[in-house]
Design a protein around this ligand. Structure first.
Ligand SMILES: [Zn+2]
Length: 250
């Protein structure tokens, strides 16, 4: 009896989800639209009102709808922070997640930078230029420097103007920041990395501004590769000579 009721409940729940999903995909419901009243929705889907209410409440957690007193249920454009929480929970438990996220960064960013080299506007160039200046200013501060680095890459992805790539990138913000911070920690070990960091981002910027997708892709891959190399060297215990800023091995 209990099991049957539970089954009906979850089926009803799925019906409400499917109702919304199908209409959103078809474009007959858009952000800002009001849903038909709860009672009508329940009748139309053949499920009870409590189930409709429960499903709508779950959808508010996902940011898909908003329930307003005396107004009804309004369709929203979901906030990517929901996805950010999801990705953080889903990915951060694996031991090698920093390596794993790097592979995803390469996939997303290399495509985004090609698009950016073709589509970036003058406004994007200005934003990138400011982000680059911020990298230079914060080079001695691991925390602010990690954020500046992340912001530069985020601005670059945004300049590619691909909504899906932007959402994928934004929804991994927490993990990406972590990835940037961990790379910045290597600066404590390799002071020679400072020049590399500044020069590399400048090269990336130049390739976008001169609209060379192929070169932009290559420079960015090189940026990731050198970063990996520093990580590998740190892992095997190499380091620069301290205090004089000169690398031990050129
Ligand atoms: Zn970078």
């Amino acid at each position: 009896m209990e099991i049957t009721r539970l089954n009906d409940g979850s089926k009803g729940f799925e019906k409400v989800f499917a109702f919304l999903r199908d209409r959103l995909l078809a474009g007959s419901l858009r952000p800002g639209d009001r849903l038909i009243p709860e009672r009508e929705l329940a009748a139309q889907l053949g499920v009870s009102r409590p189930i409709v209410r429960e499903a709508l409440r779950a959808l508010t957690v996902l940011g898909v709808v908003e329930i307003r007193d005396r107004v009804g249920t309004i369709v929203r454009r979901p906030d990517v922070s929901v996805l950010d929480d999801f990705f953080t929970f889903a990915l951060s438990q694996q031991a090698d997640f920093l390596d794993d996220i790097m592979e995803a960064r390469i996939a997303i960013e290399c495509q985004a930078i090609r698009l950016a080299a073709e589509r970036a506007t003058v406004l994007d160039f200005e934003k990138l230029s400011r982000a680059l200046a911020r990298i230079v200013e914060t080079i001695d501060d691991p925390e602010a420097g990690g954020i500046a680095d992340f912001e530069f890459h985020r601005t670059m992805v945004a300049a590619g103007k691909s909504e899906t790539l932007i959402i994928l990138y934004e929804s991994t913000t927490t993990i990406l920041r972590r990835s940037h911070r961990s790379r910045r920690e290597l600066l404590q070990v390799f002071s020679s990395m400072k020049t590399y960091l500044i020069d590399d981002h400048r090269r990336i910027f130049d390739a976008i501004v001169t609209r060379e997708p192929e070169r932009a892709d290559q420079v960015l891959r090189e940026h990731f590769r050198i970063g990996d190399d520093f990580r590998r060297r740190a892992a095997i215990g190499e380091h620069d000579l301290r205090n004089d800023g000169v690398a031990t091995d050129q």
